[in-house]
Design a protein around this ligand. Sequence first.
Ligand SMILES: Cc1cc2nc3c(=O)[nH]c(=O)nc-3n(C[C@H](O)[C@H](O)[C@H](O)COP(=O)(O)O)c2cc1C
Ligand code: SF4
Ligand code: SF4
Length: 247
Amino acid sequence: MSTTIFYFSGRGNALYAARMLAGKLGDVQLVPVSKAMEEGADFSADRIGLVFPVIDFGMPGIMSRFIRKMDLKDRTKYIFAAVTTGGMPMGTMTQLESRLKKKGLKLSAGYYLVANGTQESLDAWHQKTDEIVSAVRDKKTQAIDNVKFLDKYIMTGLANRLAAVLVPNDDKKFFTDGNCDGCGICQKVCPVRNIEIKEGKPVWLHKCEQCGACFNWCPKKALQGKNLAARTYHLNPYVELKDFFID
Ligand SMILES: Cc1cc2nc3c(=O)[nH]c(=O)nc-3n(C[C@H](O)[C@H](O)[C@H](O)COP(=O)(O)O)c2cc1C
Ligand code: SF4
Ligand code: SF4
């Protein structure tokens, strides 16, 4: 039985999760959401997986836009999600469920994978992904957890919505220090083509997802900024730079 997993990842955790699921499930096509947005998505597989991180208490903007564009004729298609989180997912899964519902689609099962920067948290994914794979293989449905009012309506409902408006322009706070040598790696890893190199320096185009890829992959650590994406240096230890090149 075939599966297509659409993923979005800035610092490798969601990519690692998607690969783990693909390896255990078999017959899986892994597709970056940014590529599917540019080239069109094929939903003909028997099962559809969505793998992405929690950003600002909810879904990253690109995932919301992807769901809005999802053109899936078969409304009974089995759709599952694996969402990586630093430990504060709030109402992300119910948000995803309701976005899919608006498209006439059903989130059959949704799981969180916690990555808090420790190796122990990633080690725990082996067991958790076994659980996900066994449920997905049998196309098991699972009620999406009901979360607290505050998490669902204030943190995800309001804060994430506000973030969706503010975040694209937050790259106005990004800048390079004197160590930038114009290598262009930041441009090559930005999943939404938000960076151009002009006169040997990166220039941001204000459609940022705050994924943190450019900061983390800059070999000179030359990128600076005043927000969360800029402050958190952490890369999943099982991914490589070449995994993030978008072309
Ligand atoms: C800008 C930013 C905002 C984040 N916001 C949240 C959040 O609200 N709740 C949470 O649990 N984790 C949050 N995280 C942590 C990520 O969800 C977590 O590190 C995830 O595993 C990253 O996946 P990736 O490595 O595939 O990008 C945030 C990370 C970044 C960079
Ligand atoms: S990756 Fe770093 S050094 Fe290379 S162009 Fe970008 S900011 Fe400059
Ligand atoms: S500019 Fe940097 S933080 Fe923003 S989407 Fe691109 S890689 Fe991610």
